[in-house]
Design a binder for this molecule. Structure first.
Ligand SMILES: C[S@@+](CC[C@H](N)C(=O)[O-])C[C@H]1O[C@@H](n2cnc3c(N)ncnc32)[C@H](O)[C@@H]1O
Length: 323
């Protein structure tokens, strides 16, 4: 059974439900007076929980790479009557966290959340993330960023690079799918998400799993990661986030497939106090030290997985800065 899938991109979008909200409030110790960063605010699901737990006292920084998601979160906050001064909004990638914080005049947080990947609120046809609702081959988290769309990437990409990109999401049939896409490209550009999904499905042997999950799901996730250079942003963003924690500050990361989780695990390990040797030059240079709060990733409970299928593949890792 495949438990690495973030969500079915074929789902008709319902409002995004935050994953493991109670566990996060507890592990991050979010409460009144804290300085909290939601580095992947999306439509604000977790941020609203943070606001409630903080009872409006403290500061919440809401960040997202996608300006459309921030606009949605702002509307939801306004509907709930959240005072304007309580939230600071940042549009940009967490990979450039320090740059954005310098503009806000903030250096250290008590709690930081990164809830990786895509929000169900982004599954609208025109964004090109969904293969049920036909849309353009876009997939950029931000349409304001000067990066190539999926269509532009597919026009130029070579077979090996495409195969490697598909493997990043654990797609077993990466080679066959890459070849099928390039064969189809030889006849002219692929124009839409539904057409691309058809090409992908045609390359995969039919199996019983098809009934449970659309076989184009992993490829779509892999292509989204390629377009947005996601793994590199996560690697850089996690280091910046750890460096922006106050001593005693906590960081929690929700990941949804093995590629993401590997980066989180390795990055936490790099800062793990247990591996710091005495006289480590990193210590003298003020390099942060973390104590892991989760030796193994925490998984959502049965009830949550039933009510929010997207939660099924979630893994939560958290740590506290101790030095
Ligand atoms: C899973 S959703 C977050 C959902 C949110 N926690 C909620 O409960 O509504 C992930 C969000 O991260 C954003 N994102 C992806 N990469 C990012 C990056 N490098 N920097 C900042 N935000 C990013 C996406 O645009 C998306 O809105």
């Amino acid at each position: 059974m495949d438990c690495t899938l973030h969500q079915s991109l074929g789902d008709v979008p319902a409002a995004h439900q935050p994953v493991m909200p109670s566990e996060l409030l507890q592990i991050l110790e979010v409460g009144p007076g804290k300085l909290v960063l939601d580095s992947t605010c999306g439509g604000g699901g977790h941020s609203i929980k943070f606001y409630e737990a903080m009872r409006g006292i403290g500061t919440l920084v809401c960040m997202d790479r996608d300006p459309e998601m921030l606009a949605l979160a702002q509307r939801r906050f306004a509907e709930r009557g959240v005072p304007e001064g309580f939230v600071r909004w940042v549009c940009g990638s967490f990979a450039d966290l320090k740059l954005h914080l310098a503009r806000l005049g903030i250096e250290r947080f008590d709690a930081i959340l990164a809830d990786l990947g895509l929000s169900s609120d982004q599954l609208t046809a025109e964004r090109g993330f969904s293969f049920v609702q036909d849309g353009p081959l876009d997939m950029r988290f931000s349409r304001a960023e000067a990066i190539p769309t999926l269509g532009e990437r597919l026009e130029r990409i070579g077979a090996d690079d495409l195969e490697q990109a598909l493997r990043a999401a654990d797609e077993r049939f990466a080679r066959r799918i890459a070849r099928a896409i390039l064969r189809r490209r030889d006849q002219g550009p692929i124009r839409s998400t539904v057409e691309l999904a058809r090409v992908i499905r045609s390359a995969i042997p039919k199996s019983r799993e098809w009934r449970r999950i659309d076989p184009a799901t992993k490829s779509f996730m892999a292509l989204r990661m390629l377009v947005n250079d996601e793994i590199r942003h996560i690697q850089k963003g996690l280091v910046e986030a750890i460096e922006c924690l106050a001593i005693g500050g906590r960081i929690a990361v929700l990941s949804f497939h093995s590629g993401e989780d590997r980066v989180v695990k390795q990055t936490f390990r790099t800062f793990d106090i247990r591996f710091r040797v005495k006289g480590d030059p990193g210590e003298a240079a003020g390099r942060p030290a973390l104590e892991l709060l989760t030796r193994k990733p925490v998984r959502p409970g049965e009830a949550e997985c039933r009510s929010n299928p997207r939660a099924r593949s979630a893994k939560l890792r958290a740590a506290v800065r101790v030095g």
